[in-house]
Design a protein around this ligand. Structure first.
Ligand SMILES: NC(=O)c1ccc[n+]([C@@H]2O[C@H](COP(=O)([O-])OP(=O)(O)OC[C@H]3O[C@@H](n4cnc5c(N)ncnc54)[C@H](OP(=O)(O)O)[C@@H]3O)[C@@H](O)[C@H]2O)c1
Length: 288
């Protein structure tokens, strides 16, 4: 089995990679932050030198979108400077770097789904730090795959779906934004796509979009979750649709976060399933 190095193994996507890797023919090493801190990325060289990795999948990131507005230096250190070091070191050793990025590199003004050829124009610090991280990866390692995804949900804590499950218990009524569009995407499905890319990159490099199929607003996603919960006899709150203007956040979100997956589907012969099926699986795991 081929060995891969995975950063962010305690996170949603990295954790899913660790869980899936054996079934997909990989042995995943996922050092915890104590052993490999992206604030000290130079230590990657000893990790890489002492092992025979077929790829590095970088899932670790500074992901607090609102906090990034006041922690700009830290966000850039983790999302831009660290990937730049990872790219230099993997590039020097000829190891492919698979780097996870985000819909937040776009400004959301495009009427349709974003393709890999669309210009980036991030609205906030998090998006800027990720866009510059992508540029560094492209610059320093010719063997790269930058994989943008969006609206990640999982059976773990701290994502939108988890928040809805918690609030369903606590609240009688909920206001959810209905004017941002995106593609809800399961961490497991993203991990599966990343491992598929690791197995089939075959010397190619580039940027690809991977999200689950279909599209939704946050309100649509909440509606779907609560409808499914109701069929399982669970308590659900009344759901109201509001605008982004009625739910101000420190960082501005793109109105349109939809990502086109045609290039990924064509290049890797894999079709993402609809987000509703992915959400069904997570709800079954959480509510059984
Ligand atoms: N979540 C989304 O909706 C979303 C949407 C689009 C793209 N993405 C991208 O997808 C990737 C993974 O996101 P996710 O949702 O899986 O992230 P997550 O659940 O927030 O996990 C982040 C991971 O990064 C690690 N990390 C943070 N700072 C670190 C540091 N200084 N040194 C080492 N590790 C550090 C965390 O480790 P600790 O456990 O030690 O904190 C954790 O394992 C990121 O590139 C993100 O930009 C996410």
């Amino acid at each position: 089995m081929k060995k891969i190095l995975v950063t962010g193994g305690t996170g949603q996507i990295g954790g899913a990679i660790v869980r899936l890797s054996r079934d997909r023919g990989f042995i995943a090493d996922a050092p915890q932050r104590l052993k490999f801190d992206l604030c000290n990325p130079q230590s990657i060289s000893s990790l890489l030198a002492n092992n025979d990795y077929s790829a590095l999948i970088n899932c670790a990131a500074y992901t607090s979108v609102d906090k990034a507005e006041s922690e700009q230096e830290l966000a850039f250190r983790i999302n831009c400077e660290a990937p730049s070091v990872l790219a230099k070191e993997t590039g020097r050793l000829g190891i492919p770097l698979i780097h996870v990025s985000t819909d937040y590199v776009f400004d959301g003004t495009k009427p349709g789904p974003y393709t890999e050829n669309d210009d980036v124009n991030p609205l906030g610090i998090y998006g800027r730090s990720k866009a510059e991280g992508e540029a560094a990866v492209r610059h320093y390692n010719p063997k790269h795959a930058i994989v943008r995804t969006a609206w990640v949900v999982s059976a773990g804590e701290g994502n939108f779906l988890d928040t809805m499950l918690r609030l369903a218990k606590e609240r009688d009524e909920l206001n959810i934004v209905n004017d941002q569009q995106g593609c809800p995407s399961s961490a497991i499905d993203i991990a599966s796509a990343l491992l598929h890319i690791a197995a089939n990159l075959d010397g190619r490099s580039g940027t690809w979009h991977f999200v689950n199929g279909g599209e939704a607003t946050w309100h649509d996603l909440a509606r779907y979750i609560f409808d499914r919960m109701a069929t399982m006899g669970k308590r659900t709150p009344q759901l109201n649709a509001i605008s982004s203007a009625e739910y101000p956040t420190l960082a501005k979100r793109p109105q349109n976060s939809r990502l086109c997956t045609a290039a990924f589907e064509n290049d890797f012969a894999m079709t993402p399933r609809n987000w509703r099926l992915a959400v069904d699986d997570i709800l079954s795991a959480r509510l059984k």
